[in-house]
Design a protein around this ligand. Structure first.
Ligand SMILES: [Zn+2]
Length: 129
């Protein structure tokens, strides 16, 4: 009984060791674009549509089969395209511009901020422009 337990433990340790080494050896994954899998899907659908058209032209598919499969692919494609649009319109946060600062409201000398544009800084008295 002890021998069996020892054997099981040994196997478990070996498997865990192998798995942990493999995980460490794996290359660090590249940062993936949020739409990358969608673009791959879109490319696959375009390819399927091309194949479908080819098979229809060489007479492998009936008219009804062609239309039905084409409609299914186009429906899937429009869903993928809408998803790409949705992800892209969300956009990365860094792309958004900082809120514009009104000229004359921040002192270039001491960085004091004022709610209204001033000719001279209320903090250090120097010209704001
Ligand atoms: Zn100032």
């Amino acid at each position: 009984m002890i021998l069996i337990a020892a054997a099981v433990l040994l196997i478990a340790v070996t498997v865990l060791f192998t798995l942990s080494v493999r995980t460490k050896d794996m290359p660090v994954p590249e940062p993936v674009s949020p739409v990358r899998h969608l673009e791959q899907r879109r490319a696959a659908i375009y390819e399927n549509l091309r194949d479908l058209q080819f098979e229809y032209r060489v007479g492998k598919l009936s008219d009804a089969d062609y239309q039905q499969t084409k409609l299914g692919l186009q429906k899937e494609l429009s869903g993928v395209l809408a998803e790409i649009d949705r992800v892209n319109s969300g956009g990365p946060v860094t792309a958004k511009a900082a809120p514009a600062v009104k000229p004359g409201t921040v002192c270039p000398h001491c960085n004091a901020k004022f709610p209204k544009p001033l000719k001279f800084c209320g903090e250090c008295g120097k010209a704001m422009a």
